[in-house]
Design a protein around this ligand. Structure first.
Ligand SMILES: [Zn+2]
Length: 335
């Protein structure tokens, strides 16, 4: 049973079962910091900022759930990974950093151009941080900024303007092609572009080899349904298989709490199940519409963000349907 309650600017969506589990086990090692998020020291000086399953009321409704973020504290400064979905949440993130260190914020690494991972960037520009992403992700952020301006000029744009009052969309300022390595305070931090091409959104991962930690951004959601969009699902599954073999023991997701190889494999299994189910139905000749209506998720996927589950199936259908469409009728010979 799902319940929702209004809490000022945010709305809680809590699955009772998940809540009970959360209270009994997952709070261990979590440092309670507010009602809406927790901060976990995943390894010494490496932290994850983990929002609860909350629908923010003051943000772009397309990106109403804040992403999990991270920060790495070194003797020569702080590196932040993703900045959540609003300057308000990013200020909470900065507050948590400042509870732990006075070091300057040197870099922000954006794993994705998605609004829920970068709409807090402006807070760190104020801190003189350099904002880093792939060139493609930077282009997508610039596009988002332009599109947001036209959405605000459109019908009902005033509502969006009211929700995003005072937001300054802040694209990255430093870009890289395939990968970039930072060496700060004895910590090697690699940001690596994956899933390039195929008109997919550009995603990056952040790898800390000594700590055996990998930030996977939008490519891994731990017990949350993912946002597929135009991301190439076959390539996505391959990338997850690859990173599961890396020398990593903690995978920090785009949404949810840090996980293990088993959690990443379970998430990959979900993508594989959706792809296989959609493909077999399309092969049987079902229309994409019929596939979407007829495909029910197994009860085992009792995950957060169930409102995205139907979109997941719809996006996979949209992506795979053209390969199964009947060939166009042969051109008449003209005789
Ligand atoms: Zn996200």
């Amino acid at each position: 049973m799902w319940t929702s309650r209004e809490f000022g600017r945010r709305e809680f969506i809590l699955d009772c079962a998940v809540l009970v589990i959360g209270l009994t086990s997952s709070t261990r090692n979590l440092h309670a910091a507010s009602d809406f998020y927790t901060v976990k020291e995943v390894k010494p000086h490496i932290y994850a900022w983990i929002p609860d399953d909350v629908i923010d009321q003051e943000c772009d409704p397309l990106f109403a759930r804040a992403a999990t973020a991270g920060f790495i504290v070194t003797s020569q400064g702080v590196v932040v990974v993703d900045t959540t979905n609003s300057p308000m949440n990013a200020r909470d993130l900065l507050y948590e950093i400042r509870q732990r260190t006075d070091q300057p914020i040197r870099y922000v690494l954006n794993t994705s151009s998605a609004g829920d991972h970068m709409l807090g960037n402006e807070v760190f520009t104020d801190e003189q941080a350099t904002l880093v992403s792939t060139k493609e992700a930077q282009t997508e952020m610039l596009q988002y900024r332009d599109e947001l301006a036209s959405r605000m000029r459109g019908e009902d744009g005033w509502k969006l303007e009211a929700r995003m009052r005072g937001f300054h969309v802040t694209p990255t300022t430093l870009t890289f092609d395939e990968k970039m390595t930072l060496n700060i305070g004895g910590q090697e931090i690699r940001i690596i572009s994956v899933l390039a091409g195929d008109h997919s959104p550009e995603d990056s991962v952040v790898y800390l080899p000594a700590a055996k930690i990998l930030f996977l951004g939008e490519l891994f959601d731990n017990q949350y349904f993912p946002r597929v969009g135009g991301r190439n699902v076959h390539r996505w599954i391959e990338v997850l298989q690859q990173v599961e073999s890396w020398d990593v023991d903690t995978y920090i997701p785009g949404h949810g709490v840090p996980g293990t190889k088993k959690d990443v494999a379970e998430f990959r299994g979900f993508l594989e199940w959706v792809v296989a189910s959609v493909e077999s139905r399309l092969k049987q000749g079902q229309t994409p519409d019929a596939v979407q209506k007829g495909l029910w998720l197994p009860r085992t996927y009792n995950w957060h963000a169930p409102d995205l589950a139907q979109d997941t199936v719809a996006d996979v259908c949209k992506q795979l349907a053209p390969a199964h469409a009947a060939p166009p009728p042969a051109h008449p010979s003209g005789k």
